[in-house]
Design a protein. Structure first.
Length: 728
């Protein structure tokens, strides 16, 4: 149905023809056949979207794909800068890659010496001191582990000091071991066999320094972690959290390992001491019962929880002299160095990743707009017999209605070709249809009254030569909308007075002869925007997401059961005073005030609006929260800026609303009404306060409530004047 609507929209908006009749059968009046309708439909049937809203307040605004980014000029500049940074980082990687062989040659001798001295990836620590904060004891076991005994307090902290060999410290390994002395041979001193390590700390102290160097662990890995009690909590503590191992389960009463690594290896001087603190304060008596600690001096990237160290193939390659290696072996050594050791190329790769991430993150800030895209393989289109979707007739290809000519020479037979045909200067329809719609906007009625239908059932133009001249001017001036609008509003026809005499009204009631200036009620959107502008509340801001102004309570709760308008809540702040253009609007759920003023529901394309005058419109202008609040804002301006007397204040508000000074009789009537309202509100201040409480606008506390309420009602009258809601 969405695609069918596009066909009708294209027909009415750009061709000025009602195509819908041809959907079910050949058009009775215009030379458009059913085949023509579905051939035009085929242009739009060949798009990879189904019109289904994907939902959610996300970057796309709920719009389905395909869509494109629409950056502002400032965003385009920033995007260009970010793209240049990515290109620079990519070029830098190429340059640094060329240097790798020389870097490997300089690195290899020292690495080879370390390999010769290496005996194991992890070296068990031999603690020189162990202590527990709350009295627990430690007994060394034959395997180098320590069994915890003595008191079993609610919380505890173990401190372990051990000498470190000179060189570097790259990581710590903690092994929790089962023991027969614990609950069913578990790993902990708790009654259920589980422990929770809430935090681990470490520091290295040189023999000639009084201040130790803290070790900041940035990576933690365990061979098992309980759900919601992962190893990460041991280095990033959180209240009531820590590393646990489901020790209450029989299958988990086996040795468990966890390793903790700093960002980079830490230099260790001769005679240095490593101090480790294991904290257990997340759960009562949940402490490790038997443990062993090991350290490693390998480069951090080579450290692994299980095994680790240098692969045998790399050891074999390093054992060979550089001259004895083949190209494959040399490439493998370079690859190993590149992946596991700090080098300029690794930094260049990190810089590139950061540049790409910055570019990608910035793209996320740019709004998206729906577009249409041709499918790689066109979707077949058929004549639907009597318009029924399950009764397919002959297959048709994309084509213009036969009576409307052919595509421009060289134009592709797709939507691009259709678009080029629509704006081809030789096309007699588009310019006429569009200038007629613009004329209708300013005069209330088009030169062709039936602006949606230029066919045989439409009305002929009242001034055909004028229509043709405007159309050719529009094309000659490069389809410039602003130029066209300026041309219309500066015409003698538009600048005439709208006053009308009885003889002229009898002769030309609809002003088809343009003997007077246009006079008609403003559209609902402009009535609201005008009231906000007069009051000073209008937020003159361009663009942004939809806003939610005031609406009647529960107005959409029945019609939007599955939509995001159920339980509607109005915005606070500027969202209440944006132009009506930005009001959230869903099909079948149009704002009630706009419907009262003849706004289309947007369920289908409507080129020409109806225009009625009903009591509901007056009631809306008098009582709807937006207009009452606008009247209060105007009243505050009248009291603050209108002078010291009632007459000057009323005259000020009148000029704000109408653009002219009030006549003596008008001023007298308004003044009389103000005096009556003031007397009423002075006698009933509760009513005044109730009136002033409507809306989110803060009331000026310096103003007398009764006086402000009286002026609010007078301002409400001004906003309801015929010449305020009517274009004259």
């Amino acid at each position: 149905e969405n695609i069918i609507d596009r066909v009708d929209t294209t027909g009415e908006t750009w061709m000025g023809l009602t195509l819908g009749c041809a959907r079910c059968h050949d058009h009775k009046y215009d030379p458009i056949t059913q085949k023509d309708f579905y051939s035009l439909f085929a242009y739009f049937n060949n798009v990879p979207e189904n019109g289904t809203i994907i939902g959610g307040e996300n970057r796309s605004g709920g719009n389905p794909e395909p869509n494109i980014e629409v950056p502002s000029p400032q965003q385009e500049i920033e995007l260009a800068n970010l793209e240049n940074k990515v290109k620079f980082a990519e070029a830098n990687i190429v340059e640094e890659s060329k240097k790798l062989p020389q870097l490997v040659a300089a690195w290899e001798p020292n690495f080879k010496a370390k390999l010769t001295a290496e005996t194991s990836a992890w070296q068990m620590l031999a603690p020189s001191k162990l202590a527990a904060k709350n009295g627990a004891t430690f007994t060394k076991q034959d395997d180098g582990s320590y069994l915890v005994g003595g008191p079993n307090p609610d919380t505890d902290a173990y401190t372990i000091e051990a000498p470190l060999p000179a060189g570097q410290f790259s990581g710590l390994l903690l092994e929790a071991l089962p023991d027969a002395s614990f609950f069913e041979g578990s790993l902990a001193r708790s009654s259920n066999g589980n422990f929770v390590l809430s935090k681990i700390e470490a520091e290295i102290k040189a023999p000639d320094s009084d201040k130790p160097t803290p070790v900041k662990f940035t990576k933690a890995e365990a061979d098992y972690s309980q759900k919601n009690y992962e190893i990460k909590f041991a280095i990033a503590p959180a209240s009531g959290k820590g590393w646990a191992i489901d020790g209450n389960l029989p299958e988990n009463r086996v040795p468990r390992k966890a390793m903790f690594l700093p960002d980079a290896p830490i230099a260790v001087p001769e005679g240095a001491t490593l101090t480790i603190r294991l904290h257990f304060d997340a759960f009562t008596q949940h402490t490790i019962g038997r443990f062993r600690l090991s350290a490693t001096a390998l480069g951090t990237p080579l450290v692994k929880l299980e095994g680790g160290g240098v692969p045998e193939t790399i050891k074999q390659i390093v054992a060979l002299s550089p001259d004895a290696r083949n190209a494959k072996q040399q490439d493998e050594l370079i690859k190993f160095y590149r992946a596991n050791f700090d080098n300029p190329l690794k930094k260049a790769e990190s810089d590139l990743a950061m540049a790409k991430k910055a570019e990608a993150d910035y793209h996320e800030q740019i709004p998206l707009m729906m577009v249409m895209r041709e499918m790689d393989k066109p979707r077949p289109a058929f004549v639907l017999l009597r318009g029924e979707y399950d009764k397919k007739g002959d297959e048709v290809g994309a084509a213009l209605p036969a009576a409307l000519g052919k595509l421009p020479e060289g134009a592709p037979n797709n939507r691009l070709g259709l678009a080029r045909w629509i704006v081809d200067p030789k096309n007699p329809l588009t310019a006429r249809v569009w200038v007629n719609r613009q004329w209708e906007k300013f005069f209330g009625m088009g030169l062709v009254k039936t602006s949606e239908n230029f066919g045989s059932q439409g009305e002929p133009p009242s001034h055909p030569e004028l229509l043709d001249w405007l159309a050719t001017e529009f094309v000659d001036r490069q389809w410039d909308m602003k130029v066209l609008q300026k041309l219309i509003v500066m015409s003698a026809a538009y600048q005439q007075s709208s006053q009308v005499s009885p003889p002229l009204l009898a002769r030309d009631p609809e002003n088809r002869l343009l003997a007077r200036g246009p006079r008609f009620r403003l559209p609902g959107e402009l009535i609201r925007d005008n009231a906000l502008a007069i009051s000073g509340l209008l937020v003159d801001k361009i663009g942004g997401p939809s806003v939610r102004p005031y609406m009647p309570d529960k107005v959409w709760d029945e019609t939007s059961v599955y939509g995001n308008l159920r339980g509607y809540k109005a915005d606070q702040g500027e969202g209440l005073y944006r132009r009506t253009l930005y009001t959230i609007w869903k099909r079948t759920a149009a704002p009630p005030t706009m419907l009262i003023f003849d706004s289309p529901t947007r369920e289908t394309c409507r080129i020409r609006r109806s225009r009625t005058n009903t009591p509901l419109q007056a009631l809306s202008l008098l009582n709807e929260v937006t207009f009452v609040e606008a009247a209060r804002a105007l009243a505050q301006k009248m009291l603050r800026e209108g002078g010291a007397t009632t007459q000057t204040r009323i005259a000020f508000g009148f000029r704000q609303a109408t653009g002219r000074a009030p006549a003596e009789g008008e001023l007298k009537v308004l003044n009389s009404g103000l005096e009556k309202r003031l007397a009423r509100f002075q006698a009933d201040t509760d009513s005044a306060k109730k009136l002033l409480a409507l809306g989110e606008l803060k009331t000026d506390d310096k103003l007398d409530p009764a006086e402000l309420a009286a002026y609010t009602m007078t301002a409400n009258v001004l906003l309801n004047l015929d010449e305020v809601v009517t274009r004259e």
